[in-house]
Write a protein that binds this ligand. Structure first.
Ligand code: AMP
Ligand code: GLY
Length: 423
């Protein structure tokens, strides 16, 4: 079967790496891809948001499976577009339809969904420009820190956590009246602050049953000790040492199962990955957010620990036979460390030559913002590459990543030296 992967980051390189191991996978294409995917598949100069161009290539290359990496095409309805095209509805899209993608596309939708299905999450209320004064009054009744979330997609930047009441009120006003996060903040969800340690659960579902993939923990801040600005993710570890079988049971019973049955009860079809951002408060799991895709860089540690043929799992999603499958999780620990461009997540330069990529090593170098130009591989984004190491324990896995990173260099390269510090 011919496959098209949409996206061009480390997550998509990892999908490509994993699917290339499957005898069920024939030709593989990635749009737009990066220098890493170019070495195992054919990159296409197609924007995943240009549905017509995607469709034209799917037709031309006889593609039967489309794996959607990022959330934007899902929220914009790429799955619906394929389903509604009479000549395309034989194509399987891994990634939910627009209605279900609202779980990530609207914080308020996600909150109402959780409330309706008794899924533990922070208490909340939502406000618009019309109800700004009620929003300010609501903040007065809350305890700091104050959590303000833009309702819509804001590229991971739409959440503010503030200690000071008047500052929080001013930010609320700026989100609602001045479109601080564009139209994403036309509505703002104000939430109770939950204190605990975060982790992520990943589920693959065909809408009927769900398979839980290995859990992971990511490191979002740019600086060591989890300080500084938020990024897309600077590293990740799987498994998560504090997830005991007992805690995992709670996640499954209180969160994963009610999420899948909730979607069914609401009549919302879902085919693809659900990424559930969790926080452990005391001994109990709460949902921080839903994403309708895999995480990045979590995918870079989750998929290397999945021993199944990923194509076989995708085909089971297509035929709604996922209940017949089980995930074979490798016992090893995987960690990944992201190397980023100097200045990221603020302004940074692109086009720097990356050295040291050819050396042989047990570690896997997943490309993110890279580009092949003649014989050179150049930086082409903020997050440049993610090095995954594996071992019998976290320290061995980290050692493998850091040893490989020491051989790689580009001008301005930065990575956190403390991934896993809190575990
Ligand atoms: P989100 O985009 O919803 O994942 O939020 C971004 C980050 O903000 C999360 O990873 C958490 O670290 C933090 N966060 C979000 N909601 C809460 C909350 N209710 N309590 C504490 N921290 C939160
Ligand atoms: N690493 C977090 C995300 O993919 O949203």
């Amino acid at each position: 079967m011919n496959v098209l992967i949409l996206g061009g980051g480390g997550r998509e390189h990892t999908f490509c790496w994993k699917l290339s191991q499957s005898p069920l996978c024939n030709q593989m294409y990635v749009a737009p891809g990066n220098a890493g995917t170019a070495s195992i598949a054919q990159n296409l100069a197609i924007d995943p948001m240009d549905f017509e161009a995607v469709k034209a290539w799917v037709k031309r290359a006889n593609i039967e499976l489309v794996v959607v990496g990022p959330e934007a095409p899902l929220v914009a309805g790429i799955h619906d577009y394929f389903k509604e095209s009479s000549d395309m509805n034989h194509v399987t899209v891994i990634g939910p339809e627009k209605a279900a993608a609202q779980l990530e596309g609207s914080k308020e939708f996600a909150k109402k969904f959780m409330q309706r299905h008794n899924i533990p999450t922070a208490q909340y209320a939502s406000f618009t420009a019309k109800t700004l004064s009620e929003g300010k009054a609501f903040l007065e009744k809350m305890q700091p820190p104050y959590v303000l979330k833009a309702d819509g997609l804001a590229a991971g930047k739409g959440v503010l956590i503030l200690d000071n009441l008047s500052h929080a009120q001013a930010e609320l006003e700026s989100m609602l009246l001045e479109e601080k996060f564009g139209s994403a903040s036309n509505k703002v969800v104000i939430e109770e602050f939950l204190s605990g340690i975060e982790l992520s659960a990943f589920v693959l579902t065909d809408g009927e049953s769900a398979l839980t993939l290995p859990m992971a923990k990511d490191y979002k801040r740019i600086g060591e000790g989890d300080k500084g600005l938020n990024t897309g993710g600077m590293g990740a570890i799987s498994p998560v040492p504090f997830v005991t079988p007992e805690f995992e049971k709670k996640i499954n019973e209180r969160i994963i199962q009610p999420t899948i049955t909730g979607l069914k009860k609401d009549g919302i079809p879902y085919q693809g990955f659900v990424f559930i951002g969790l926080i452990k408060v005391g001994d109990d799991p709460f949902v921080i957010e839903y994403n309708v895709r895999m995480g990045d860089p979590e995918t870079e540690v989750v998929l290397p620990r999945v021993e199944n043929d990923l194509m076989d799992l995708f085909l089971a999603v297509k035929s709604k036979n996922l209940h017949q499958k089980t995930i074979k999780e490798a016992q090893e620990t995987a960690c990944t460390v992201m190397a980023v461009s100097g200045g990221y997540p603020e302004a940074y330069e692109k086009g720097k030559i990356i050295q040291g990529l050819n050396k042989k090593s047990e570690a896997i170098v997943f490309h993110a913002g890279t580009q092949l130009k003649e014989k050179d591989i150049l930086t082409n984004g903020g997050r440049v590459l993610s090095v995954t190491g594996r071992g019998n324990n976290m320290n061995d896995a980290l050692k493998q990543s850091y040893q490989r990173l020491a051989e790689i260099d580009f001008e301005g390269m930065y990575f956190r030296q403390d991934i896993g510090f809190d575990l």
